[in-house]
Write a protein that binds this ligand. Sequence first.
Ligand SMILES: Cc1cc2nc3c(=O)[nH]c(=O)nc-3n(C[C@H](O)[C@H](O)[C@H](O)COP(=O)(O)O)c2cc1C
Length: 330
Amino acid sequence: MEGAIDAITRDLLTCHEGLDWTVTEFVRVVDARLPPRVFYKHCPELREPVVATPSGIPVHLQLLGSDPQALAANASQAIRLGAIGLDLNFGCPAKTVNRHDGGASLLRDPERVYRAVAAVADAAAGTVPVTAKVRLGFADRRLALACAQAAEAGGAHHLVVHARTRNEGYRPPAHWEWIARIRHRLSIPVIANGDIWTLEEYWKARSLSGCEDVMLGRGMLADPDLARRIRHWQRTGERLPETPWSRRASVLTTYARRQQAHLPDKVIVSLLKQWLNQMRARDTEAAQRFAALRRETRLAPFLAGLQPYAPGRASHDETIEAVPDRAALA
Ligand SMILES: Cc1cc2nc3c(=O)[nH]c(=O)nc-3n(C[C@H](O)[C@H](O)[C@H](O)COP(=O)(O)O)c2cc1C
């Protein structure tokens, strides 16, 4: 997620089980082949012997662009640098990106989706999987299926569908049932995305889309234990307790401490606010902390304001609660 999930965040969010792979922020491709430093900036894991987070979760690199030749040249460059998977972004709704013919703007013409995917798949020549991420359309859903089929015909190994159109932005609801309509007509795996913030929403998204796999976005920032919660339930049928504030505060504090080696304190505070903002929608303590800290710009007081009020309560007790019926998803 651009501006939200970098290598440090990936590391923090994959240190517990749950995620199978991660995707970088998009590398913006216009017309030229980009220098290696751009790829290393977005994906420092390329410098490691295995392109994965320190916990061993693979990191795929995302490209965003519309010119097939430029995409192919940059795909080759990324593979030369060690990329192990290339994802193409056809979902970004940002006005500047769309004005310059990138992201979701290609969903107005399935042929262009096809050409972009095919060019990258040709460049990859089977050495690494090429995948695509789409929304249900630009202004409406009329081309949802055609775009998904175009990505498949172009050679996509799997397709992630964010169940909203570009014009729907991030507004709920996500139309998971539309993913089912696409999934029925494709032979490649389809992965459901959009508005999965809780275990219950994971069940609903899976039930309505019929997809075996989901992609988590903001929900992982809101609850850093979401993937772990889902995995735990898949394995045991048991529900983990709510993520305590102490755990959330610890993730935010570790994030800030690690970012201090790279970024000025003021920038770190605004990144922390962005993250806390995702947490506050679903967590009352995060909402209270956000309200108390929203005007703070200094890092030390900000971090002090995140600390649990009663340190004695901070132990990370993982008692298992009542067990839901596993058949709910069947
Ligand atoms: C701040 C922000 C940045 C994002 N950046 C990217 C990106 O670089 N690449 C991408 O494929 N999706 C990006 N997304 C979209 C998310 O990956 C995801 O598809 C969307 O938020 C819906 O899923 P969610 O409700 O689980 O967050 C971004 C979303 C947000 C809110």
